[in-house]
Ligand binder design. Structure first.
Ligand SMILES: [Zn+2]
Ligand SMILES: [Zn+2]
Ligand SMILES: [Zn+2]
Ligand SMILES: [Zn+2]
Length: 234
């Protein structure tokens, strides 16, 4: 079994704090305040509303991030950010579900699912966050409708601020969990894409070489809720 660690690092001051304390810290972080101050001064002419969003692995909540996202950014922008940071392996489709409505994008290798699920009747992601989210909204994200990675998201705060472009900013994210090798207990560096489904298959380099499933099944251990899934290598 994997050890649950949920410490994460503030992107502004590098403080390492528990998941539970990070929301409070971000409100009072002096370095963040300084950064906000300068961005306000820089773009005082263009103030916008900004959501503070927490995202975590639905079944692996030890992987989490805090984000700042202007309400003018679109679901497409958020999708792109999540792909770049956490989940992209080979251009699968993805979807947000918000208050029962699904927003999908990406016509990669999963295109055959479109007809199967009748997804063409769904909305695309070209919609501003401010149109579909409010303070307190909980919503979800799926990447890859075959070997799915599910994320849970929540808008935990909103504020007026100055922002450059429509960029989504990383405020904090979890530190890589230290997962022990199933055989010897050292820190695992590789995971078996087969055995992970039984909640095992984590190995150090040495023990990985002796694993029965073979080297083709081994994937690097990366700091993402998509670790060990499909072709995801970080
Ligand atoms: Zn900080
Ligand atoms: Zn893939
Ligand atoms: Zn080992
Ligand atoms: Zn295996």
């Amino acid at each position: 079994m994997t050890r649950q660690t949920s410490k994460g690092k503030c992107s502004f001051c590098n403080a390492v704090l528990s998941k539970a304390k990070m929301t409070k810290h971000l409100k009072s972080c002096e370095k963040r305040k300084a950064a906000l101050g300068s961005s306000l001064a820089m773009s005082s002419a263009r103030k916008t509303k900004i959501f503070h969003i927490i995202v975590e692995g639905r079944y692996l909540p030890k992987y989490w991030m805090h984000l700042d996202a202007p309400t003018t950014a679109t679901l497409e922008d958020l999708d792109e950010f999540l792909r770049d940071t956490w989940v992209e392996c080979c251009g699968h489709m993805s979807a947000f579900t918000i208050q029962g409505a699904r927003y999908t994008t990406g016509l990669g290798i999963d295109a055959m699912w479109i007809n199967f699920f009748g997804l063409d009747a769904e909305r695309d992601m070209d919609v501003a966050l401010g149109k579909v989210l409010v303070l307190g909204t909980k919503f979800s994200y799926e990447y890859d409708f075959g070997t799915t990675t599910e994320l849970a998201l929540k808008v935990v705060a909103e504020r007026e601020g100055g922002i450059k472009g429509e960029s989504i900013q990383l405020l904090a994210r979890n530190e890589p969990p230290l997962i022990p090798c199933d055989v010897c207990g050292k820190i695992a560096t590789q995971v078996c894409a087969q055995c992970i489904w039984d909640n095992e298959g984590w190995f150090c380099d040495k023990c990985a070489r002796k694993h029965a499933c073979g080297e083709d099944m081994l994937m690097p251990v990366v700091n993402s809720p998509r670790v060990g899934m499909c072709g995801y290598t970080g």
